[in-house]
Ligand binder design. Structure first.
Ligand code: HEC
Length: 152
């Protein structure tokens, strides 16, 4: 009983340091990416890596990503400047699947279930990082169409 109380209070406590589970066996096929936006049960994060963008906000790479955004017809679904169309805006600071580099990478590389194709096979790792660099370089405007306004 007391172990359960300790467990639950640890879940509730914001200040608890996050532990990481021991590495799975090397022949494991478990996915290797750890999501920043996910809630971690029992404060023990699953084993996994955090992907880091090798281009680190390089403007030349962001420019290459912008060209790819048009060439690969991302803007056909996400609109010009990624401001939203049939696909969600990628420049309003709001994310369904997380806006960290690794999360945006996974959205593009593996796709997402409600209509986002997986581009990893077509573009490769470096192509997807160029798109991530472009998307993360977009400034969030002060007002966005997805904002909710209070009733007058
Ligand atoms: C056929 C239409 C279509 C195309 C083409 C497309 N997307 Fe998407 N994309 C979507 C839809 C729809 C979603 C929402 C998926 C969901 O909610 O599961 C999405 C989601 C995303 C997300 C996650 C957004 C979030 O809020 O977490 C990213 C990032 C993204 N797309 C980037 C891209 C990039 C980069 C390209 C071009 C390489 C691209 N998309 C091409 C339709 C598209």
């Amino acid at each position: 009983m007391s172990r359960w109380i300790a467990f639950l209070s640890c879940l509730a406590a914001v200040s608890c340091g996050r532990q990481v589970a021991p590495a799975p066996p090397s022949d494991s096929n478990l996915p290797a990416v750890r999501y920043e936006a996910h809630i971690v049960a029992g404060n023990v994060a699953p084993h996994g890596v955090e992907l880091t963008n090798p281009h680190n906000a390089d403007p030349a790479v962001a420019k290459r990503g912008a060209l790819m955004f048009t060439a690969m017809n991302c803007d056909g679904c996400h609109g010009g400047d990624a401001s939203g169309w049939v696909g969600p805006s990628l420049s309003d600071g709001r994310w369904r699947y997380g806006g960290a580099d690794s999360e945006v990478f996974n959205s593009i590389y593996y796709g997402r279930p409600k209509g986002m194709p997986a581009f990893g096979g077509a573009l490769g790792v470096d192509g997807v990082w160029a798109l991530v660099t472009y998307i993360r370089s977009l400034p969030v405007p002060p007002t966005v169409p997805t904002e909710s306004w209070p009733e007058p």
